[in-house]
Design a protein around this ligand. Structure first.
Ligand SMILES: Cc1cc2nc3c(=O)[nH]c(=O)nc-3n(C[C@H](O)[C@H](O)[C@H](O)COP(=O)(O)OP(=O)(O)OC[C@H]3O[C@@H](n4cnc5c(N)ncnc54)[C@H](O)[C@@H]3O)c2cc1C
Length: 390
């Protein structure tokens, strides 16, 4: 049985481990953080395509135990008037419905599922280097330990160490927006549950969703120069609330009041993407998730794309006759689709493309939409539904 080292225990890495285990491989996850509590702050939405990938891993229950469902998206103009209200994705299917989750809760749920299935998961294992041999690959960690396997999957996110070993000159690129997140109890829209509301046409791309516990999860994407590491550092009280409230007061929606009602933990990050054409593989090593194709957050697809990667890579390794062909099939299935997402999301962030008026689920069709269901379906042979591998 092939032993596969998975570097990174985030969304891509944990899902890959579940998929590899289901396909009969001996997978082990090596995660840098000493516990699961990393990045508990930010939240994200999993779209129906990501939920479909989780269902193929028999992991829906693990994830629907956290977060809350979203059935539709409302679009407001800067006067607060509703200009669209449309169902989100496969809203009628309880397993495939969009879900809003704190990133830390999603990671913890997926890590718990990995452990529950008896898959190895070590924390505090920060990869520092890789040695690719003809038959084996060795990962070396900051604490002096090492692990050897037949393959290594780099699921170590935006600033991937694995990617540096494959493509040392590639750097993440700023996509023109700062992204703020926060949470508010007793916010003015607290009755507004079950959907995500987006405000467009104002000084920021603003969105919020209200949990069943009446907590408002909000984000604001604001054009500007990239923030420095010092400006990005968490601070209490946050210097951002006053600035955001002033900015958002320019429109007549609830946005400024929601931010004003927020707790101190306002987070900020730069919207960042990986350049198109970045190499994903070398020898016995391959990249998935943000390590391969991080996109700016405008389309809200990064986590869902990472989940798709996990299923399709495991199926490629299961179905192809050798590792090189498996990597080729995986890349043929994935590259057009994820690079389209980087492009569209980057254009929205840079203001050169208008976002869809009916929500992320209804953005222009993506490459691979027509074959995705078959590619994710666990029992189909990936080679019969892959795109061209020329
Ligand atoms: C502001 C913002 C908003 C977003 N909103 C959404 C959204 O609404 N919907 C959506 O689908 N996506 C969203 N995303 C994208 C989503 O968060 C990412 O696409 C997703 O987290 C990628 O998962 P990953 O596992 O590839 O990377 P990560 O989640 O970053 O996980 C990487 C893991 O690798 C570990 N690691 C890093 N270096 C090492 C090392 N050297 N050794 C060992 N382990 C290491 C890290 O600790 C981490 O646990 C958003 C992203 C941002 C920045």
């Amino acid at each position: 049985m092939k032993r596969i080292l998975v570097i990174g225990g985030g969304i891509a890495g944990t899902a890959a481990a579940l998929a590899l285990h289901k396909a009969g491989f001996d997978a082990a996850v090596h995660e840098a953080h000493p516990d699961t509590a990393e990045d508990i702050g930010a939240f994200l939405t999993l779209a129906s395509n990501g939920m479909r990938a989780l269902a193929q891993l028999d992991a829906s229950d693990a994830v629907t135990s956290v977060g809350f469902p979203l059935s539709s998206m409302r679009l407001l103009d800067d006067r607060g008037d509703e200009v669209a209200h449309a169902p989100l994705g496969e809203a009628g299917d309880a397993l495939l419905r969009y879900r809003c989750l704190r990133r830390g809760a999603l990671n913890a749920a997926l890590q718990a599922e990995v452990t529950r299935r008896g898959i190895g998961l070590s924390h505090g294992a920060r990869l520092v280097s890789i040695e690719n041999g003809p038959d084996r690959v060795t990962a070396r960690f900051a604490d002096g330990s090492a692990a050897t396997g037949d393959l290594l999957i780099g699921a170590d996110g935006l600033n991937s160490t694995v990617r540096r070993s494959i493509a040392p000159d590639v750097r993440p690129v700023y996509a023109g927006q700062r992204v703020f997140y926060g949470y508010a109890r007793c916010a003015p829209a607290a009755e507004d549950t079950g959907h995500i509301t987006m405000v467009r046409g104002g000084p920021a791309a603003f969105g919020y969703a209200v949990s069943p516990e009446k907590e408002t999860y909000w984000f604001a994407r604001v054009a500007g120069e990239a923030l420095s590491a010092d400006e990005l550092a968490p601070r209490t009280p946050s210097p951002w609330r006053r600035q955001l409230v002033e900015l958002l007061r320019e429109d007549a929606t609830l946005a400024a009041d929601i931010v004003a009602a927020s707790s101190d933990g306002i987070m900020v990050t730069n919207a960042t993407e990986i350049p198109l054409g970045t190499p994903w593989r070398s020898g016995r090593t391959i990249l998935i998730g943000d390590a391969a194709h991080a996109a700016s957050p405008a389309t809200g697809q990064g986590a869902s794309m990472a989940l798709e990667d996990a299923v399709i890579l495991a199926k490629s390794l299961r179905d192809a006759p050798d590792v090189a062909s498996a990597f080729t099939v995986y890349e043929a299935c994935r590259r057009p689709r994820v690079e389209h997402n980087i492009t569209v999301s980057g254009q929205i962030s840079r203001g050169t493309r208008a976002p869809s008026r009916t929500g992320p689920a209804a953005t222009t069709p993506r490459p691979g939409d027509d074959t995705l269901v078959a590619q994710l379906e666990w029992d189909t042979d990936i080679r019969t539904v892959a795109g061209s591998t020329d």
